[in-house]
Design a protein around this ligand. Sequence first.
Ligand code: MG
Length: 293
Amino acid sequence: MRIASWSWGGRDHVGIVSADGREATPLLVDYAGGATLRLIETLARGEALPPPNGPRVAVDAITLRAPIPRPRRNIFCIGRNYHAHADELAQSVFRDSLPKEHQWPMVFTKFPETVIGPFDAVRLPGPVVSEQIDYESELAVVIGRGGRNITAARAMDHVLGTTIVNDVTARDVQVRHQQWLLGKNCDTFCPMGPWIVTADELDPRDTRVRGWVTPAGAEAELRQDASTRDMIFDIATLIESCSRGITLLPGDVIATGTPAGVGMGFSPAKWLRSGDVVRVEIDGIGAIENRFE
Ligand code: MG
């Protein structure tokens, strides 16, 4: 099942997109922005979804929003979680970090307000803030049933499904402040979507993540291409770590880290410019595509 959020006919809706990605069936009108979370809580309790609340519409005719347009709290994000990415930034972002063999994952967060739709524009913050804007193609896990101190052995039972995020980053800001909060949280820095694919339809532990950059006026370049099997800490371990002493809630999002191939990993680095388009595709989910301007 694909859970999506969209605007159509002057209203926001939450509902289900067909398996071929072509039709959307509304279940709830999203009056106050929390309808996806209500739907996730319904599923987490093992209850039936509400009946359709309007006519089926073509996905081409609607404007997809992020599946959770405004998460109830910060998104958990994992830093340095693919071996080749750890190596490509070993002398820059990760220079002063503990060795990658360290047994605990790096965790930071993004504000709910950074989230934008799967095809919305990302706003460059301008040269006064940053001249080193970078992309990070990532699989994101959406928690269904909440819990605290979840063991890795039971962790996958808490996964409602997965979606895609681009963990957009201002590298100079990220490095300048040592703590990553500011460099990861400029407005619009978390494109998300196009929908949540539930765990019964996709095993996120073994799928392909790809990221393309189309520089303004040029051909698309495949920059990132990896399997989620290459994660340093697997999804179950990430859920175990993020829930240690912290109650995870239905609808919490964990962005699981990016593979190698980010702009900073090239020599010279390839920063995003106005007019560039970044596409992130994950097999079994779909793709998001965002223009930077
Ligand atoms: Mg990231």
